[in-house]
Design a binder for this molecule. Structure first.
Ligand SMILES: [Fe+2]
Ligand SMILES: [Fe+2]
Length: 299
């Protein structure tokens, strides 16, 4: 599967940089991979011949995953009428794609492990931030009525996965980045670019999505969430929402809160999404409760 090409992609990913991204992402594939079952689910849903029955067979084989999927579909997140007691019913009600996204979300938490690597950074803090961004994207997408709450939530969970790639492949480099950010007050991405020779976590996140054959929409989220306006207007909404939710999560101080400056939310992104100040205020108000709910679901 190929990532979408944008006007600026050529300047962002020269052959050399692409080679470094590939190399780093290949290294982490030995350390932290998605569970086999999640990869099988992704492949299955991408396969146009696959049926709900095929997906049911795969999920039903894994009791822990089955239980998790049911917990999520029965949560306030979906607000479905009545209790859903079987995976089959969940697939019928939500569709293959939604169940796939729930399975990926359930797998991602495991990748954000690794303890505290500096007084300022632990993988868990980044996970909390990611859950907050997921909750924020979900609430924003509801305000705008753009649908797909599970994809919206997953987009937030995964957006900063490139930082985990850095941590797992070259911890010393991430420590240098953190040092520049926390001791020298440098903006996070600027510090990354200095340490990684022009690369940042967006490049690594997009590279990882590509390796995992994730949908292009998630690859774009990882690759462009700090610069959504560089994407083609037709493919900008989800990434734009992540950009906004990223700022709101940092502003609320939930989890690791140093990858963006919340005071620098680009109003052009809000205009582009048609997200009004009133809507933004409602998202701010709803965020803490939805984060608590989401943390409970994923714990
Ligand atoms: Fe980021
Ligand atoms: Fe973020």
């Amino acid at each position: 599967m190929t990532m979408s090409t944008t006007k600026t992609e050529a300047s962002q990913t020269s052959a050399d940089r692409q080679e470094i991204v590939q190399q780093v992402v290949r290294e982490i594939s030995h350390i932290a991979t998605l569970p086999e079952i999640t990869l099988r689910i992704i492949e299955l849903v991408e396969d146009s011949e696959a049926t709900a029955h095929d997906l049911h067979k795969v999920i039903a084989n894994d009791p822990a995953l089955s239980a998790r999927v049911l917990k999520v579909v029965n949560s306030a997140f979906y607000a479905l009428p009545g209790q859903i007691g079987s995976i089959n019913r969940a697939i019928v009600l939500l569709g293959l794609n939604a169940v796939k996204n729930i399975a990926i979300a359930a797998s991602l938490a495991k990748l954000f492990r690794g303890g505290r690597i500096s007084p300022h950074f632990a993988a868990r803090d980044l996970w909390r931030h990611s859950v907050a961004v997921g909750a924020g994207v979900k609430i924003c997408s509801e305000q705008l009525q753009v649908g797909l709450p599970d994809e919206a939530f997953l987009a937030g969970l995964i957006h900063d996965i490139g930082i985990m790639v850095e941590m797992q492949a070259r911890r010393a480099n991430l420590l240098k980045v953190l040092d520049l950010v926390h001791q020298k007050d440098r903006p996070f991405i600027e510090a990354e670019k200095e340490v990684w020779g022009g690369l940042d976590h967006q490049d690594f996140g997009q590279g990882l999505c590509h390796m995992w054959k994730f949908p292009d929409s998630l690859g774009r989220v990882c690759g462009y969430h700090h610069r959504p306006l560089e994407l083609d207007p037709d493919h900008r909404t989800l990434t734009g929402l992540v950009y906004v939710a990223d700022h709101l999560a940092v502003e609320a101080g939930i989890g690791y809160s140093h990858t963006v400056d919340p005071g620098k939310l680009d109003e052009r992104v809000l205009d582009d999404l048609k997200l009004s100040q009133n809507m933004l205020e409602r998202v701010r108000e709803a965020l803490p409760d939805v984060v608590t709910e989401a943390e409970d679901l994923l714990s």
